[in-house]
Design a protein around this ligand. Structure first.
Ligand SMILES: NC(=O)c1ccc[n+]([C@@H]2O[C@H](COP(=O)([O-])OP(=O)(O)OC[C@H]3O[C@@H](n4cnc5c(N)ncnc54)[C@H](O)[C@@H]3O)[C@@H](O)[C@H]2O)c1
Ligand SMILES: C[C@@H](CO)CCC[C@@H](C)[C@H]1CC[C@H]2[C@@H]3[C@H](O)C=C4C[C@@H](O)CC[C@]4(C)[C@H]3CC[C@]12C
Length: 369
């Protein structure tokens, strides 16, 4: 915990505070926000690790709740100065129905906004996603673009559609009068693909590799760049922008920021190998054996099987037409907007992010190390 002489008088609420990103935001706030007096952690499922945080100088209040329930959200928001809304249903594998994704991501966000307005909370940071921009359904590349780069953002999948709708609601709410008469100040952060300690998909790839005798098979050409960002830096950007929303309301309010760091531009699979390689996995070159049309056929078969088996069981493999298209389309960002507007610099270097992630994989149950 940070030692500080600053007065502790701020109440923060983190929705989705027990998720992959949410936990890092919660820990980062406790370490790096000296003015924090109370931290409310709101989630559908509370993590047992919260208990250990309750022993520090900041009051940590765990709230088990559902963002789709307006009254639960309003009760949690009341009296908070800042809300970081990171709760969301992250599903590109067909586990949840489109209706459920919409309800959690869009209705849940509406509830958070309305709760701020009704209770007088003025500062709202929304965790959006690069997916609100792309990759689009046409597979157009977005090569090291920034927040102003023109791109045809057309989506069909429920997850990016819901994130785009929710982001729009948050930005439109900027300037609304909250209880007490002052204006609401909002902004949205758009992380690229997040990695780091606690990343479930990295866990899945690692276990898949172990099951295949320490091998993974290349499906995506090495030339396709996929943007990735370390979870600690995403958390840091949330903490920084939340702090600056009041001081720089006119500049930051209503804005979107890509959330990025100095992680190298690589293909999704080559990037994963930065961590899985040192943990004993090898990536085998099979591009000639499995051309794109064959992968798309397999992905389509997976989607068909998912649909056929739905009445009996949930079949939700990593490969489906959507995930293949996302992994196979270059989408990377390069921007200094967050640096210019609120002084963001990554807190963790690439070397540090890599080492931390490798250590986490090595410590995983069933690890080859
Ligand atoms: N993982 C990524 O690569 C990535 C990239 C860009 C943006 N994001 C966004 O970041 C946010 C966090 O994602 P994550 O990767 O940590 O996912 P996650 O699933 O680990 O975390 C989401 C959290 O939200 C909670 N939640 C879900 N439904 C809820 C509900 N109805 N009420 C209350 N809490 C609920 C979950 O219990 C979970 O703890 C999401 O909004 C996601 O869209 C994630
Ligand atoms: C074709 C497979 C062979 O190895 C690889 C499939 C990989 C996919 C499962 C992932 C490739 C890109 C990922 C997405 C991306 O990093 C950004 C995202 C935005 C975020 O808001 C949610 C997660 C995700 C959609 C992420 C999901 C997993 C991939 C599609």
């Amino acid at each position: 915990m940070a030692e500080s002489t600053e007065v502790r008088n701020l109440v923060y609420l983190v929705t989705g505070g027990c998720g992959f990103l949410g936990e890092h935001v919660v820990r980062m706030l406790l370490q790096r926000e000296p003015r924090l007096s109370e931290l409310r952690v709101f989630d559908l499922h509370l993590g047992p690790w919260l208990e250990e945080l309750k022993r520090g100088p900041v009051q940590v209040t765990a709230i088990q709740g559902d963002v789709t329930q307006a009254h639960e959200v309003a009760a949690a928001v009341a009296g908070a100065h800042v809300v970081i809304h990171a709760a969301g249903l992250v599903d590109v594998f067909g586990r949840a129905s489109p209706e459920t994704i919409h309800k959690v991501n869009v209705q849940g966000t509406k509830n958070v906004i309305e709760a701020c307005v009704q209770t007088g909370t003025r500062f709202l940071v929304y965790t959006s996603s690069m997916e609100v921009v792309g990759p689009n359904i046409k597979g157009h590349p977005f090569y090291r673009g920034n927040e102003d780069t023109p791109y045809e953002a057309v989506h069909k999948h429920p997850y990016p559609c819901s994130k785009a709708q929710a982001e729009r609601l948050v930005l439109e709410a900027n300037g609304r009068e909250v209880r007490g008469g002052l204006p609401l100040v909002t902004c949205a952060l758009r992380p690229t693909g997040i990695y780091g300690e606690g990343h479930q998909i990295m866990r899945d790839f690692y276990h898949q590799g172990l099951r295949l005798g320490g091998r993974l098979f290349r499906a995506i050409p090495a030339s396709v760049e996929h943007g990735r960002v370390y979870v600690g830096n995403v958390a840091w950007m949330h903490v920084l922008v939340a702090r600056e929303l009041e001081r720089r309301a006119a500049l930051v309010g209503g804005q979107v920021y890509f959330c990025y760091d100095k992680s190298p531009y690589k293909s999704y699979e080559d990037f994963n190998m930065e961590f899985l390689g040192p943990c004993g996995l090898r990536l085998l070159e099979t591009r000639l054996l499995a051309p794109y049309w064959l992968l798309m056929l397999l992905a389509t078969l997976n989607a068909l099987l998912q649909w056929l088996l739905r009445p009996l069981l949930l079949y939700a493999p990593l490969l489906n037409p959507y995930t293949l298209a996302v992994a196979n389309t270059t989408f990377t960002v390069s921007t200094d907007k967050a640096q210019r507007h609120f002084g963001y610099e990554p807190l963790f270097s690439w070397e540090d992010s890599r080492t931390r992630t490798i250590r986490w994989v090595q410590a995983m149950e069933g690890s080859a190390q």
